[in-house]
Design a protein around this ligand. Structure first.
Ligand SMILES: CNCC(=O)c1nnc(C(C)(C)C)o1
Length: 313
């Protein structure tokens, strides 16, 4: 990855009566613009996210989506849907006077990047996507109800712990009740257990420093509440909508590189493969020794190679 850099501009954008978004710009003021679309939803941007891009070539824009990171109000679920976030990307693009931009997103970031590109194909120069997540019911079932649980049984026990036995047949719904509890203790305990499950399973080798992020009240609250809110609402989309032929046909002309970890248990490779089957023009790289995280060496290397390839487009 490229060396750490600092933004030359940080600002906020009011996008509704409720939501104000944090964004920052780094790299080359006159470079080709790229928007970094973070995961979760609710995960927020990290300063390391700037390092996927050559700072001499790119105008690097990082945006914290509604309720995430430094955007306010934190963890707010009102007026927070996939289509609100798509509109926010357009509001930011217009505010920054950008005609077209590269889109870079992993996990939920790949979901939102696809939803944005299918809504505004004429505004997209290229797509670099990682750990494809379409938010189908089958994907949610695998990670939050039964599937990944067979590979990480110890962490699964901790994820189960806050939920009474009688409610464990629908874990997303059971967590929804606790993540929206009036009791602050119940809410934060559930948020940390939900977040720890994801941070523990995100890398091929469990990374204790990565898992530690789940111990932050602010991060866990926003990440868990917003993710769960989107999942109980099926992402505010039809099941598999982003894979539908009429949706894919809108973007097949856009250059797209997908990087997918073979052992990604959060967003398994089956979804990246399903995207490749309906969009054969895209370039799919499956990394043989990686899981879900963009920080895994094999994934990070291919992501940087992809952004270098698109830098002159
Ligand atoms: C199902 N959500 C996976 C996702 O979007 C995601 N996984 N990790 C992240 C962060 C890196 C933002 C914590 O996001």
């Amino acid at each position: 990855m490229y060396p750490d850099i600092q933004p030359y501009e940080t600002s906020t954008l009011k996008v509704s009566d409720i939501h104000t978004l944090y964004y920052e710009i780094s790299g080359n003021k006159d470079g080709t613009p790229v928007i970094f679309v973070h995961g979760g939803p609710g995960g927020g941007c990290d300063e390391k996210d700037r390092s996927f891009f050559n700072p001499n070539k790119y105008k690097i824009i990082l945006l914290d989506q509604r309720g995430a990171g430094r955007s306010t109000p934190s963890a707010c679920l009102e007026e927070n849907t996939t289509w609100d976030l798509v509109k926010d990307l357009e509001k930011l693009r217009e505010a920054l006077k950008i005609e077209k931009w590269h889109i870079f997103g992993g996990s939920w970031g790949s979901t939102l990047s696809l939803a944005y590109a299918q809504s505004h194909p004429d505004r997209v120069k290229s797509l670099v996507l990682r750990g494809i997540f379409i938010l189908r019911k089958s994907e949610l079932k695998f990670f939050y109800q039964e599937g990944a649980s067979h590979l990480f049984p110890e962490a699964w026990d901790e994820y189960l712990e806050p939920i009474p036995e009688a409610e464990r047949h629908d874990m997303i719904l059971a967590y929804h009740a606790q993540l929206n509890s009036v009791d602050e203790g119940t809410k934060i305990r559930a948020a940390k257990a939900w977040s720890k499950w994801e941070m523990t399973t995100s890398k091929l080798y469990v990374d204790p420093s990565y898992v530690k992020r789940a111990e932050s009240d602010d991060f866990a609250n926003a990440f868990a509440r917003i993710e769960n809110h989107y999942f109980v609402n099926d992402g505010f989309m039809r099941d598999g909508q982003l894979l539908e032929k009429q949706e894919i046909d809108k973007i097949r002309h856009i250059p797209c590189i997908v990087v997918q970890g073979r052992y990604d248990v959060v967003c398994p490779a089956t979804t990246a493969y399903a995207l490749k089957k309906v969009w054969p023009e895209l370039e799919l790289h499956i990394v043989p020794d990686a899981g879900h995280s963009s920080r895994e060496i094999g994934i990070a290397k291919l992501l940087v190679e992809a952004t270098d390839k698109f830098a002159n487009k």
